[in-house]
Design a protein around this ligand. Sequence first.
Ligand SMILES: O=P(O)(O)OC[C@H]1O[C@H](O)[C@H](O)[C@@H](O)[C@@H]1O
Ligand SMILES: [Fe+2]
Length: 208
Amino acid sequence: MPLFEPGVAYVDISSGQLKGATSRYVKTFRDLDGLYEDSAAFSSLVDRSGDEVAYEVTDYKPSSNLGDIIIGVTRMEPGKIGNEYYMTRGHIHARPNRPEMYYGESGLGVMLLESPDGQIRTIEIKPRTMCYVPPFWIHRSVNVGRQPLVMTFSYPADSGQDYDIIAKAGGMRSRIVDDGKGGWKTVENKGYRIRPQALVDSIMAKVE
Ligand SMILES: O=P(O)(O)OC[C@H]1O[C@H](O)[C@H](O)[C@@H](O)[C@@H]1O
Ligand SMILES: [Fe+2]
Protein backbone atom coordinates (compact mmCIF):
# COMPACT_ATOMS: atom_id res chain seq x y z
CA MET A 1 0.00 0.00 0.00
CA PRO A 2 1.65 3.32 -1.05
CA LEU A 3 1.98 6.07 1.59
CA PHE A 4 -0.42 9.00 1.01
CA GLU A 5 0.86 12.54 1.56
CA PRO A 6 -0.63 14.39 4.58
CA GLY A 7 -3.34 16.82 3.50
CA VAL A 8 -4.56 20.24 4.57
CA ALA A 9 -7.74 22.19 3.75
CA TYR A 10 -9.47 25.25 5.19
CA VAL A 11 -13.01 25.42 6.60
CA ASP A 12 -14.31 28.71 5.21
CA ILE A 13 -17.36 29.39 7.40
CA SER A 14 -18.51 32.48 5.46
CA SER A 15 -18.82 30.52 2.18
CA GLY A 16 -19.66 27.27 3.97
CA GLN A 17 -17.07 25.45 1.88
CA LEU A 18 -13.93 23.42 2.45
CA LYS A 19 -11.21 25.27 0.55
CA GLY A 20 -8.85 22.67 -0.87
CA ALA A 21 -11.61 20.07 -1.14
CA THR A 22 -11.10 17.19 -3.57
CA SER A 23 -14.80 16.83 -4.40
CA ARG A 24 -17.97 18.88 -4.36
CA TYR A 25 -21.62 18.25 -4.94
CA VAL A 26 -24.68 20.40 -4.73
CA LYS A 27 -28.34 19.52 -4.41
CA THR A 28 -30.77 21.95 -5.99
CA PHE A 29 -34.37 22.12 -4.84
CA ARG A 30 -35.34 20.26 -8.02
CA ASP A 31 -33.23 17.33 -6.81
CA LEU A 32 -35.27 16.96 -3.60
CA ASP A 33 -38.59 15.78 -5.02
CA GLY A 34 -40.57 13.56 -2.65
CA LEU A 35 -38.80 14.66 0.53
CA TYR A 36 -41.29 17.21 1.82
CA GLU A 37 -44.83 16.66 3.05
CA ASP A 38 -46.31 19.76 1.38
CA SER A 39 -45.93 18.74 -2.27
CA ALA A 40 -47.88 21.81 -3.50
CA ALA A 41 -45.48 24.16 -1.69
CA PHE A 42 -42.57 22.10 -3.03
CA SER A 43 -43.82 22.35 -6.63
CA SER A 44 -44.26 26.10 -6.45
CA LEU A 45 -40.76 26.48 -4.99
CA VAL A 46 -39.36 24.37 -7.82
CA ASP A 47 -41.28 26.49 -10.37
CA ARG A 48 -39.81 29.66 -8.82
CA SER A 49 -36.28 28.52 -8.01
CA GLY A 50 -35.82 24.82 -8.74
CA ASP A 51 -32.24 25.30 -9.90
CA GLU A 52 -31.15 27.16 -6.77
CA VAL A 53 -28.76 25.33 -4.45
CA ALA A 54 -30.48 23.84 -1.38
CA TYR A 55 -27.23 22.50 0.04
CA GLU A 56 -23.62 21.98 -0.94
CA VAL A 57 -21.06 19.43 0.21
CA THR A 58 -17.33 19.97 -0.29
CA ASP A 59 -15.09 17.24 1.05
CA TYR A 60 -11.52 16.03 1.27
CA LYS A 61 -11.69 12.43 0.11
CA PRO A 62 -8.22 10.90 -0.37
CA SER A 63 -9.64 7.46 -1.28
CA SER A 64 -12.55 5.08 -0.69
CA ASN A 65 -10.28 2.59 1.02
CA LEU A 66 -11.17 0.65 4.16
CA GLY A 67 -9.35 2.48 6.94
CA ASP A 68 -9.21 5.87 5.21
CA ILE A 69 -11.33 8.88 6.16
CA ILE A 70 -13.44 11.62 4.52
CA ILE A 71 -13.60 15.10 6.04
CA GLY A 72 -15.88 17.78 4.67
CA VAL A 73 -18.22 20.73 5.04
CA THR A 74 -21.97 20.89 4.44
CA ARG A 75 -23.77 24.20 3.94
CA MET A 76 -27.55 24.30 3.80
CA GLU A 77 -29.71 27.33 3.10
CA PRO A 78 -32.35 28.45 5.62
CA GLY A 79 -35.99 28.09 4.71
CA LYS A 80 -39.14 26.02 4.86
CA ILE A 81 -41.38 24.19 2.47
CA GLY A 82 -44.82 24.54 3.97
CA ASN A 83 -43.92 24.46 7.67
CA GLU A 84 -41.11 21.90 7.19
CA TYR A 85 -37.55 23.13 7.48
CA TYR A 86 -35.03 22.57 4.67
CA MET A 87 -33.20 19.27 5.05
CA THR A 88 -30.73 16.97 3.36
CA ARG A 89 -31.92 13.81 1.62
CA GLY A 90 -30.64 11.71 4.49
CA HIS A 91 -29.11 8.25 4.25
CA ILE A 92 -27.74 5.24 6.04
CA HIS A 93 -24.19 4.32 5.08
CA ALA A 94 -24.00 1.62 2.40
CA ARG A 95 -21.82 -0.19 4.93
CA PRO A 96 -24.36 0.54 7.69
CA ASN A 97 -21.96 -0.02 10.60
CA ARG A 98 -19.93 3.07 9.62
CA PRO A 99 -20.47 6.03 11.99
CA GLU A 100 -20.17 9.77 11.32
CA MET A 101 -19.17 12.86 13.27
CA TYR A 102 -20.78 16.29 12.74
CA TYR A 103 -19.46 19.54 14.18
CA GLY A 104 -21.47 22.76 14.16
CA GLU A 105 -19.62 25.73 12.61
CA SER A 106 -22.41 28.27 12.21
CA GLY A 107 -26.18 28.47 12.17
CA LEU A 108 -28.68 26.27 14.00
CA GLY A 109 -29.43 22.73 12.91
CA VAL A 110 -30.99 19.47 14.00
CA MET A 111 -29.62 16.03 13.24
CA LEU A 112 -32.62 13.75 12.72
CA LEU A 113 -31.60 10.16 13.46
CA GLU A 114 -33.65 6.99 12.90
CA SER A 115 -32.68 3.45 13.78
CA PRO A 116 -33.58 0.64 11.33
CA ASP A 117 -36.36 -0.45 13.74
CA GLY A 118 -37.87 3.04 13.74
CA GLN A 119 -36.58 4.77 16.88
CA ILE A 120 -36.09 8.53 16.46
CA ARG A 121 -33.53 10.84 18.10
CA THR A 122 -33.02 14.55 17.46
CA ILE A 123 -29.82 16.41 18.33
CA GLU A 124 -29.67 20.21 18.12
CA ILE A 125 -26.48 21.48 16.47
CA LYS A 126 -25.07 24.90 17.37
CA PRO A 127 -21.56 26.29 16.75
CA ARG A 128 -19.11 23.96 18.54
CA THR A 129 -21.67 21.18 19.05
CA MET A 130 -20.13 17.80 18.26
CA CYS A 131 -22.67 15.15 17.23
CA TYR A 132 -21.82 11.43 17.17
CA VAL A 133 -23.88 9.46 14.65
CA PRO A 134 -23.42 5.82 15.71
CA PRO A 135 -23.18 2.85 13.35
CA PHE A 136 -26.56 1.79 11.84
CA TRP A 137 -28.38 5.12 12.35
CA ILE A 138 -30.06 6.77 9.37
CA HIS A 139 -29.16 10.45 9.50
CA ARG A 140 -30.46 13.68 7.99
CA SER A 141 -29.46 17.26 8.79
CA VAL A 142 -32.11 20.00 9.03
CA ASN A 143 -31.63 23.77 9.04
CA VAL A 144 -33.94 25.15 11.76
CA GLY A 145 -32.30 28.59 11.81
CA ARG A 146 -32.54 31.83 9.86
CA GLN A 147 -28.95 31.65 8.57
CA PRO A 148 -27.12 29.05 6.47
CA LEU A 149 -26.27 25.94 8.49
CA VAL A 150 -22.56 25.11 8.16
CA MET A 151 -21.18 21.90 9.66
CA THR A 152 -17.97 19.96 9.27
CA PHE A 153 -18.25 16.19 9.21
CA SER A 154 -16.07 13.15 9.04
CA TYR A 155 -16.75 9.49 8.33
CA PRO A 156 -14.93 6.35 7.11
CA ALA A 157 -13.93 6.53 3.45
CA ASP A 158 -15.59 3.20 2.56
CA SER A 159 -18.99 4.09 4.08
CA GLY A 160 -20.94 4.96 0.94
CA GLN A 161 -24.56 6.17 1.18
CA ASP A 162 -27.88 4.30 0.81
CA TYR A 163 -30.68 6.78 0.09
CA ASP A 164 -33.32 4.20 -0.90
CA ILE A 165 -33.80 2.97 2.66
CA ILE A 166 -35.65 6.22 3.43
CA ALA A 167 -37.68 6.34 0.21
CA LYS A 168 -38.78 2.69 0.67
CA ALA A 169 -40.17 3.50 4.14
CA GLY A 170 -42.13 6.51 2.87
CA GLY A 171 -39.64 8.96 4.38
CA MET A 172 -38.16 9.18 7.85
CA ARG A 173 -40.48 8.45 10.78
CA SER A 174 -40.52 12.09 11.91
CA ARG A 175 -40.52 15.49 10.27
CA ILE A 176 -38.95 18.67 11.71
CA VAL A 177 -41.37 21.59 11.42
CA ASP A 178 -41.82 25.14 12.67
CA ASP A 179 -43.31 25.12 16.18
CA GLY A 180 -45.09 28.43 15.55
CA LYS A 181 -42.87 30.20 18.10
CA GLY A 182 -39.81 30.58 15.85
CA GLY A 183 -38.45 27.21 16.99
CA TRP A 184 -38.84 23.63 15.81
CA LYS A 185 -40.69 20.50 16.80
CA THR A 186 -40.90 16.89 15.71
CA VAL A 187 -44.11 15.57 14.16
CA GLU A 188 -45.04 12.09 13.00
CA ASN A 189 -44.60 11.38 9.27
CA LYS A 190 -48.04 9.96 8.40
CA GLY A 191 -46.64 8.17 5.34
CA TYR A 192 -44.02 6.21 7.28
CA ARG A 193 -43.98 2.40 6.95
CA ILE A 194 -42.22 0.50 9.73
CA ARG A 195 -39.57 -1.92 8.43
CA PRO A 196 -40.26 -5.70 8.65
CA GLN A 197 -38.14 -7.36 11.34
CA ALA A 198 -36.37 -9.50 8.71
CA LEU A 199 -35.15 -6.33 6.97
CA VAL A 200 -34.06 -4.79 10.28
CA ASP A 201 -32.14 -7.99 11.14
CA SER A 202 -30.45 -8.05 7.72
CA ILE A 203 -29.29 -4.44 8.12
CA MET A 204 -27.98 -5.04 11.65
CA ALA A 205 -26.12 -8.14 10.45
CA LYS A 206 -24.01 -6.16 7.96
CA VAL A 207 -20.82 -5.75 9.93
CA GLU A 208 -18.27 -6.12 7.13
O1 LIG B 1 -25.82 12.82 1.44
P1 LIG B 1 -27.05 13.65 1.72
O2 LIG B 1 -28.07 12.96 2.58
O3 LIG B 1 -27.63 14.29 0.45
O4 LIG B 1 -26.65 14.88 2.66
C1 LIG B 1 -25.53 15.57 2.54
C2 LIG B 1 -24.49 14.79 3.29
O5 LIG B 1 -23.63 14.28 2.33
C3 LIG B 1 -22.46 13.62 2.78
O6 LIG B 1 -22.81 12.27 2.80
C4 LIG B 1 -21.93 14.02 4.14
O7 LIG B 1 -21.48 12.89 4.80
C5 LIG B 1 -22.95 14.65 5.02
O8 LIG B 1 -22.35 15.28 6.09
C6 LIG B 1 -23.79 15.61 4.28
O9 LIG B 1 -24.69 16.25 5.14
FE1 LIG C 1 -23.43 10.01 6.39
